[in-house]
Design a protein around this ligand. Structure first.
Ligand code: F6R
Length: 242
């Protein structure tokens, strides 16, 4: 697609179509996997608009977010809880008990990851997992070298990730959480359908590695070549290396 705005619009219409076609109800919930980051912001804004226009309801939608930092208070502006509530959940009619974000402050982080996987299973699996990728091809916090069959787990973040994220923490690397909880590549691969949003020239190499080279754990998004129903929604700039 032409640019990031059109990608956002297209992605939101895709979610609208999937959710309304499924016609969720009290005994039949639509299960959606969600990312944070800059890329999906436009899609969330469009979905809020569709909700306000009465085109979509999230009352019977269950969501699972991809990841969360360890040790950041929920109300810290960089926590993914804060992001999701402010950018999306508080503007729509989702049941807060059905909007799942990993708890990076759980007393037992390993148990929290197992609980998240169990909840996804109990929900019947994810119908549509939406994701974004980093310039190094990471999906969620599955940095280069992550296992392609990984499940939800605690990850100690690579130095490059801390460097890349310090801009959100007053440019002070010591303030960036060292660990995160993240769904695994295998967790996302289990979704019936996956939609990955990729915009900007800084993602062009990652997109080329994702679709034009072999499946490789150094570019974890390349795993989705082996998924039966994955869609990469890209703007022109992201396709420059193809
Ligand atoms: C988001 C996530 C990441 C981001 C990726 C791109 O929950 O886990 O994979 O999607 O880092 O981030 P942006 O969209 O900010 O470029």
């Amino acid at each position: 697609l032409e640019d990031a705005d059109i990608v956002a619009d297209w992605a939101a219409r895709f979610v609208l179509q999937r959710v309304t076609q499924f016609a969720p109800g009290p005994d039949k919930r639509f299960v959606l996997g969600l990312p944070t980051g800059g890329t999906p912001l436009g899609m969330y804004r469009k979905l809020i608009q569709f909700y306000k226009e009465g085109k979509i309801s999230f009352k019977y939608v269950t969501t699972f977010n991809m990841d969360e930092y360890v040790g950041l208070p929920r109300d810290h502006p960089e926590s993914y809880h804060y992001y999701m509530w402010n950018e999306f959940f508080k503007h729509v009619d989702i049941d807060p008990a059905q909007a799942h974000v990993l708890d990076g402050n759980a007393p037992d982080l390993v148990a929290e990851c197992a609980r998240f996987e169990r909840l996804i299973q109990e929900a019947g699996g994810v119908h549509l997992f939406i994701g974004g990728i980093g310039p190094d091809g990471h999906i969620a916090f599955n940095e280069p070298g992550s296992s392609l069959v990984s499940r939800t787990r605690v990850k100690t973040l690579a130095y490059d990730t801390l460097e890349a994220n310090k801009r959100f923490f007053g440019n002070d690397i010591s303030k960036v959480p060292r660990q995160a909880l993240t769904v695994g590549v295998g967790t996302v691969m289990d979704a019936k359908e996956v939609m990955i949003l990729i915009t900007g020239v800084h993602k062009a190499l990652a997109l080329a590695k994702a679709v034009e080279e072999g499946v490789n754990h150094m570019w974890t998004v390349s795993a989705f070549q082996q998924h039966p129903q994955t869609l990469f929604v890209c703007d022109e700039a992201a396709t420059l290396e193809l």
